[in-house]
Design a protein around this ligand. Structure first.
Ligand SMILES: [Mg+2]
Length: 295
């Protein structure tokens, strides 16, 4: 089995998940002179149970871990079950080790976390066992944080691309996130992505996450190399802190996506969001086509 196959459950274990209206009114304005539209993934391009990669709430998912271990016949090879608390502690510890003034918002590598957990439980590693680690992480993510393409996401990104906007991604992500993005682009032509690779940044590759500055600083540099000013780019995301606040730090225009109650995050308890106002509030992605113009 190829390494890519190990990640396939992130797509094959899905079932339809439709957005739940938020009741928040859209605020649509005309914004001219836009050259680039950059997207968040979880809770924006895909419906996501948590609105982010991984599970950010505190629901105990020990039963999901057990189910994933059973699926891969790992349960009998390890010394005792892996609990939700074991997983949370491993993630917290890995983040704490990396947190510093230069890394205010660390990102884990989820494969390393699971590898460490299985190591602690006495699983001996060989090449096949590494495939088991990746598959275990993938099954767990697929079941604990189910996703489904956001309605009209594929059509909206293709239409924005055909109108001449440069498209990119800034996402908190793990190794399987790219499959969710590629899946959105099933109608891509000539195998070329509508998302520009030089404008796409995934937190697991940087080991820095939003709302820390690293990913948006990298985007800012990439926009500059294309002679695009930050105010000529719009960032679209579901989270007022991770997306709207973080993108505003580099001077981008922002669209707060509030199309799904599961993931729309107002962050009213965070002082950084107290006086924050996005340029647009949208309840569906095609509204971007009504609001944004190149000239
Ligand atoms: Mg999101």
């Amino acid at each position: 089995m190829k390494a890519e196959e190990w990640l396939k459950p992130i797509l094959t274990e899905r079932s339809p998940l439709y957005p739940v209206p938020t009741g928040i009114e859209p605020r649509l304005d005309q914004i001219a002179g836009i050259k680039a539209v950059i997207f968040d993934v979880y809770g924006t391009l895909v419906v996501s149970g948590s609105g982010d990669v991984g599970s950010i709430d505190h629901t105990d998912r020990s039963s999901v871990i057990r189910r994933a271990c059973d699926r891969l016949n790992i349960s009998e090879s390890v010394d005792g079950p892996i609990s939700w608390q074991d997983l949370r502690s491993a993630i917290d510890q890995m983040n704490a080790e990396r947190k510093s003034s230069n890394c205010v918002s660390p990102e884990i590598d989820v494969i390393s976390v699971w590898r460490e957990l299985l190591d602690q439980k006495g699983l001996q590693f060989s090449t096949p066992a590494i495939s088991q680690v990746v598959r275990l992480a993938t099954y767990f993510e697929a079941w604990a944080n189910p996703t489904w393409p956001m309605p009209a996401a594929c059509d909206a990104v293709h239409q924005l691309s055909s109108r001449g906007f440069c498209l990119g991604i800034v996402s908190n992500a793990q190794i399987f996130t790219n499959l969710l993005v590629e899946d959105l682009e099933f109608s891509k032509k000539n195998g070329t992505s509508v998302f520009q690779s030089d404008l796409s940044f995934f937190s697991n590759r940087f080991r820095h996450s939003k709302p820390g500055p690293r990913l948006f600083d990298a985007l800012s540099n990439a926009l500059r190399r294309r002679n695009i000013l930050p105010q000529e780019a719009v960032y679209v995301g579901n989270d007022m802190l991770n997306d709207v606040w973080a993108a505003k730090q580099i001077g981008m225009k922002t669209a707060w996506f509030v199309g799904d109650r599961r993931s729309a995050r107002e962050r009213s308890d965070d002082s950084r969001c107290a006086k924050l106002s996005p340029d647009l509030v949208i309840t569906s992605l095609p509204q971007l086509l009504e609001c944004l113009t190149l000239k």
